[in-house]
Design a protein around this ligand. Structure first.
Ligand code: IVH
Length: 560
């Protein structure tokens, strides 16, 4: 093995050891970090399972979860209120699903080629250049030609089986027709085509629902959370670009060209937007060309993958702890801008929860002007310690949601102000409540005008009413005509605007009330079970609090 490669592996190992130190030696064991991890993981669980809108990748989530498990183990608190736990429904990958070394600059691509050329003793190497499809990594396992499972990547060693719903939805063949080995792991990606993603978001907008943030998250949510009808309805597609185990391995394809033919012969889709090149000059030209074409691709891609064609050459290049030495991921330049926090303000939600929001000097990302980003909750604000005047990096998380990150090494001026956590509600002056763990801040006043306005926003949006109606209702709150949310049903001036909602399905009406824990799914269940607000009231009055009971009976009085 050449010296430079040994050096690289050595550096990777040293880096991994150093990266583990803070938790292993308890340097990061502050109670704040532990608390933050719990809150953050719970928040991501909610985003994933309840709204189907995760903000982070599986890998990032697994990292957080691993840190929590390690930290809990070290502090011997595993059993007390822990939300971590092992997952027994996983299968091992025969060859682990690793990652790829990344190249951000042309020089890094040149040195990738340089190393291949040095190791293999020729400059005239053949590479395939392909889009790096931004979806969910999968591994379809065929034994003697029969599909036995389709695994997600999981932690790289073990993944979850999602095969049943995929095969029923016709995404991949249950049997291989030609050249089936005894055992093969066919590696690829599940994704939502851009066209389907945009269509789904248009429909959601019509329904007054928030847009899905990006195709990758929607693909994850679709594969993990729901039935095969949704998989079909959302148009999930698969594409294959590699293999793990191939047994007996003497029968492996001799090169990627042959593998792509094998995929095609067996009805397994390969990527169409690819180029086969020879040598460094063609490699760089192809990377530039494909990068220019990326907006026309039918799927989201976050870069390109450059991979050696020959299986024999791949074997000679070998693997590092990160991934294969015979391939590299060229990452498209990130959409990120630097800015300065000008203020941190509080935003009221319909449940009375206050969310900190950073306002910063305007930046433009993906053609959008952006100057605000949610800091999610009090815990995140405290943990990240943002101050007014801080330099921040602004990104579009999942290409859609603005997010700010501290800039490493930013020399914060002594003048940068920490924002005080308000004691009283900025709108109604009532006393705010910090939750037991200090993670959130709530205004308990049900007549708080700002809170009522947010409830009305949700109400109007869910019922598909126009913006002008929402603004009109806000004015009525300012004038003191609407004092509590339920007044919307008795205020004469509103009856006219509301009359159009009479014919809406019951579940929409229930959802529009925005009761805690009753979203679209819950509202549909209630509507199905009870058939009317009045029937629901008979049973629900025992379970709901006084305010909710008052609201539901006002709604029943108006709509029924
Ligand atoms: S080749 C060992 N080709 O990127 C991995 N990967 O960072 C060899 N990916 O999780 C993979 N498009 O799921 C390859 N055209 C492509 C790809 C691709 C997307 C994903 C893959 C893996 C990740 C590696």
């Amino acid at each position: 093995m050449p010296k430079i490669r040994i050096m690289r592996i050595y550096l990777v190992v040293v880096f991994l050891c150093l990266a583990c130190l803070p938790t292993a030696y308890g340097l990061e064991l502050s109670p704040e970090r532990l608390e933050w991890l719990r809150i953050e993981i719970r928040r991501h669980d909610e985003l994933y399972y309840e709204t189907g809108e995760p903000e982070i990748s599986d890998l990032e989530y697994d990292r957080l979860k691993k840190e929590l498990v390690d930290t809990e183990a070290l502090t011997e608190r595993t059993s007390s209120g822990s939300i971590s736990g092992s997952d027994i429904s996983k299968h091992a990958h025969r060859v682990p699903m690793l990652s790829l070394e990344k190249a951000y600059e042309i020089g890094e691509l040149q040195s990738f080629h340089g190393e291949c050329a040095r190791n293999l003793g020729t400059e005239e190497l053949e590479y395939w250049i392909e889009p790096k499809v931004d979806g969910v990594a999968i591994s379809a396992v065929y034994e003697h030609g029969y599909l036995v499972r389709v695994l997600t990547r999981g932690d790289g060693e073990r993944g979850k089986d999602i095969g049943e719903r995929l095969v029923h939805s016709g995404c991949l063949p249950a049997r291989l027709q030609m050249g089936a080995p005894e055992f093969v792991e066919v590696r690829g990606e599940a994704y939502i085509p851009m066209e389907a993603f945009e269509r789904i978001n248009v429909l959601r907008k019509d329904e007054g629902l928030p847009a899905h943030s990006n195709p990758r998250n929607l693909a994850t949510g679709t594969l993990m959370g729901v039935d095969e009808d949704t998989i079909i309805g959302r148009g999930i597609k698969l594409v294959f670009f590699g293999w793990g185990a191939w047994e007996p391995d003497a029968n492996q394809p001799v090169d990627y060209t042959e593998y792509r033919d094998w995929l095609q012969d067996n009805g397994l889709p390969a990527i169409g937007e690819v180029e086969l090149v020879r040598g460094s000059k063609e490699l760089l030209e192809s990377v530039r060309r494909l990068q220019r074409e990326r907006d026309g691709w039918p799927f989201a891609a976050d870069g390109l993958v450059v991979k050696l064609n020959s299986t024999h050459e791949r074997e000679r290049m070998g693997w590092s702890a990160i991934g294969p030495n015979w391939a590299v991921a060229w990452k498209f330049p990130p959409d990120t801008e630097e800015s300065v926090i000008e203020s941190i303000v509080w935003q009221m939600g319909r449940t009375g929860r206050l969310t900190p929001v950073a306002e910063f000097k305007q930046v433009v990302l993906k053609g959008r002007k952006i100057q605000r980003a949610s800091l999610h909750n009090l815990a995140t604000l405290k943990y990240r310690g943002f101050r007014v005047g801080d330099q921040v990096r602004v990104e579009l998380a999942g290409d859609v949601i603005p997010a700010v990150y501290p800039i490493a090494g930013d020399k914060r001026s002594a003048n940068n102000r920490e924002v005080p956590v308000p004691v009283c509600c900025p709108w109604c002056s009532g006393k705010l409540i910090q939750s037991g763990t200090g993670a959130s801040l709530d205004c308990p006043n049900i007549s708080c005008p700002e809170r009522v306005k947010r409830q009305l926003d949700y109400f109007c949006k869910t019922l598909g009413m126009r913006d002008v109606k929402t603004r009109r209702m806000s004015e009525l709150v300012d004038k003191g005509i609407i004092r509590g949310f339920q007044d919307v049903f008795s205020t004469q001036e509103q009856i006219q605007g509301l009359s159009k909602t009479m014919s809406l399905p019951l579940w929409r009406k229930i959802q529009s009330l925005g009761l805690p824990g009753i979203g679209k799914v819950g509202a549909k269940e209630i509507a199905e079970e009870f058939g009317s607000l009045k029937e629901w009231m008979k049973v629900a009055s025992m379970k709901l609090d006084a305010q909710a009971v008052e609201l539901v009976s006002a709604a029943a009085g108006f709509w029924e």
